[in-house]
Design a protein around this ligand. Structure first.
Ligand code: SF4
Length: 442
């Protein structure tokens, strides 16, 4: 008999600080990127769907807001299993959903980064927790459920399995018209080790996917969306330069495809890779510069990889943008060495470097990170359980040289400057110029 599985992705993240939220509404440039991220489907759940036998009928749902009609609708479908994936910022909403479904005798499984690092907390709200890379334990979990022997925990943490052995994500479950960006993973993990990073090493060592397998996924996506915009759901795509050149050449074989990814500044050092990028559909790369202040970068990664490159930041941005690739530069505020002056210096850097896109966030100690352990040990967390404020835009700890209120205030001022209509317009014009130079070179 066919069984029913409902996959629930907790999408959308709300800034808690009411003043920043109100400000964001007046600064379209600020909410743009948040909207882009929220508009992407959950690759983890689509991959889990790919690992589900044909004897299951699968539905994929996004829960952006907890509207009252959502739960009765899910209960009325009488699923045999609901699987929920949530980041920390939406985990309290996820718990409400899970608790209500379990009261209705519907088994619930939870996974995602938060569940992977706090399985004991999560297990109080579900029948089983999936840790780490769930696709490799999912078939066992379903078999156990069907035989009435579901275990409380299944772990795919640090599973050594090759990336190409993951099942093909079930993109066909998505409403085609709803999505304009499709996620695809080509690497997992990152060899750098920034202390605030929740993604780089927690669940998997650094892995590359084979190009043959990437081609299969691109073909699957293009059979549904002929002109897709692909967002590579990688932590740091271009670490391995030889493989990256081959990857970009492969992506260039799809002329109607445009794409975006995250990487680091070493991209600027590889002429051949830059040339391939110019010819490809790459629209933008996102690079975490984190800070323009040397002593703030001191604490970023243990090998000070970023600090050692600070002096080259501007020149390398120029080099990448001259190749026709827009750079989205990310800066974080709240490092222990940050002072009032850090904000002024960052604004000056942003203007002088001619970055064509900018992302600002507050330092956030996500559970499981080195930063979380440090701040907790130093008794600097404002609340024990602050998951809903893990938005990247809310202050959740005592900064060193600011009160939490003053850091929020300076951050709002910075947001007002960087996302003012004039600054946003200037960056938009710059992106157009960069794009035109790319077209003329390719
Ligand atoms: S470079 Fe980026 S992905 Fe890598 S550890 Fe640092 S923040 Fe994480």
């Amino acid at each position: 008999m066919t069984k029913k599985l409902i996959l629930i992705a907790m999408s959308g993240v709300r800034i808690v600080d009411p003043e920043l939220r109100a400000l964001g509404m007046t600064l379209p440039g600020f909410i743009e990127r948040g909207k882009v991220i929220a508009s992407m489907p959950s690759l983890g759940l689509l991959t889990i769907a790919g690992a589900t036998p044909d004897s299951w009928q699968i539905k994929y749902r996004e829960v952006d807001e907890l509207q009252p009609e959502i739960l009765p609708k899910i209960i009325a479908e009488a699923p045999d299993l609901v699987a929920i994936s949530s980041l920390s910022a939406r985990i309290e909403d996820a718990y409400q959903i899970a608790d209500t479904l379990r009261q209705a005798k519907i088994p619930v499984v939870m996974g995602g980064l938060h569940a992977s690092v706090l399985p004991a907390e999560v297990s109080a709200h579900c029948d089983a927790v999936v840790l780490g890379q769930g696709e490799w334990v999912w078939p066992d979990l379903l078999r156990d459920l069907e035989s009435g022997h579901l275990k409380p925990q299944y772990s795919g943490m640090h599973a050594p399995n090759a990336l190409e052995s993951t099942p093909l994500p079930r993109f066909d479950l998505l409403e085609v018209a709803r999505y304009n960006r499709i996620p695809m993973q080509t690497t997992r993990g990152c060899p750098l080790d920034c202390i605030f990073c929740a993604a780089s090493r927690l669940i998997s060592p650094y892995k590359l996917k084979s190009l043959d397998r990437i081609r299969d996924e691109l073909n699957a996506i293009q059979s549904i969306w002929p002109d897709p915009f692909i967002e590579l759901a990688d932590d740091n795509t271009f670490r391995n330069k030889g493989w990256s050149r081959d990857l970009v050449n492969l992506l260039s074989e799809y002329p109607t495809m445009r794409w975006f990814t995250e990487t680091d500044l070493s991209l600027a050092d590889d002429e051949a890779l830059l040339e391939s990028l110019t010819r490809s559909g790459c629209a933008q790369v996102l690079i975490g510069f984190e800070s323009v202040q040397e002593d703030s970068l001191q604490d970023t990664d243990t090998r000070s990889w970023k600090r050692k490159r600070l002096a080259e930041y501007r020149e390398k941005i120029q080099r990448i943008q001259s190749a026709g690739i827009s750079v989205n530069g990310c800066f974080i505020f709240g490092f222990d060495a940050d002072t009032e002056e850090t904000f002024d210096r960052t604004w000056e850097f942003i203007q002088k470097s001619d970055l064509s896109e900018v992302q600002l966030t507050l330092l956030t100690p996500f559970p499981g990170t080195e930063l979380y352990r440090k701040l907790r040990a130093e008794n600097r967390l404002l609340e024990d359980r602050f998951w809903s404020k893990c938005t990247l835009f809310d202050v959740v700890f005592h900064p060193k040289y600011f009160s939490p209120e003053r850091l929020s205030e300076r951050f709002r001022e910075m947001v007002s400057l960087v996302y003012s209509p004039e600054a946003t317009q200037k960056r938009a014009s710059l992106r157009t110029k960069i794009y035109r130079s790319k077209v003329s070179k390719s």
